[in-house]
Design a protein around this ligand. Sequence first.
Ligand code: B12
Length: 225
Amino acid sequence: MSSDTYQGMRQSIVNGAPDTASALAQQALTAGIAPLDAINNGYAAGMHDVGEQFARGEMFLPDMMASAEAMKAAMAVLEPELLKLGTERPVAGVVVLGTTKGDIHEIGKTLVGMLLTAHGFRVHDLGVDVAGDRFAAKAREYAADIVGVSALLTTTMRNQRGVIESLEKAGLRSQVKVMVGGAPVTRAWAAEIGADGYAKDAMSAVALARQLMQQKAQPSVKEVV
Ligand code: B12
């Protein structure tokens, strides 16, 4: 697909134009473009631009909300194609996923959930603004192998530590691996709060989840954070 099309996708996010975003996603599928390429080269790049413009004071909250709507419109078109990959496979592991308390950013977390599903994981997405105790209760209810916690704000990152504490309090920490992510999150932060892993994007989250499942199967393997 031409770089013009990716540029159009990117611009549809910056412009906050859901109709254009979804039309271009449809065109991409018709042209046989991998949904993940459309996301990475087009839409997510647009979100990155939006974040930069917001930080420079060139965009305001309503613009950022419109961009989020455009991103969701594109993802709605691409999701069924992405998920097709995940059918007819044995379950790779059970993941409870959510965005931490006080934080309503959902796009990255949803994308992680979609890719994990596409790669055979059974994902229970708890949504946004999820308290630590709820993560723990749902991890127990679904017998989760992995709990994934997203945070997009420097102020809500610390609640990732709270999720780990809730799992400890519930007596689940030894049975459940914890992975963390989100734009401000780093490998160093993951290590500091005692998470089992960090991934910078959705595809790396799949690789990490597979690695964590191996560690669960072979607890003697040294853990890599
Ligand atoms: C869209 C957006 C919004 C939308 C969210 C809509 C929605 N439904 O999700 C709205 C408009 C609601 C919003 C609100 C706010 N936002 Co905002 N937002 C963004 C923006 C532009 C894009 C986020 C996004 O969707 N990115 C695209 C996805 C694909 O990327 P991602 O989220 O990073 O996810 C990837 C990885 O991080 C990773 N990942 C994510 N989660 C997880 C989880 C796990 C387990 C793993 C392994 C990996 C992983 O994989 C994902 C896929 O590749 C960012 C800028 C940015 N560059 O991040 C600002 C940004 C995060 N927002 C910011 C701010 C300040 C706010 C507000 C406080 C603004 C305000 N004044 O009210 C509010 C806070 C609301 C709240 N309480 O949560 C700041 C945060 C600054 C900071 N350091 O804390 C940013 C960085 C903008 C900026 N440059 O200033 N926002």
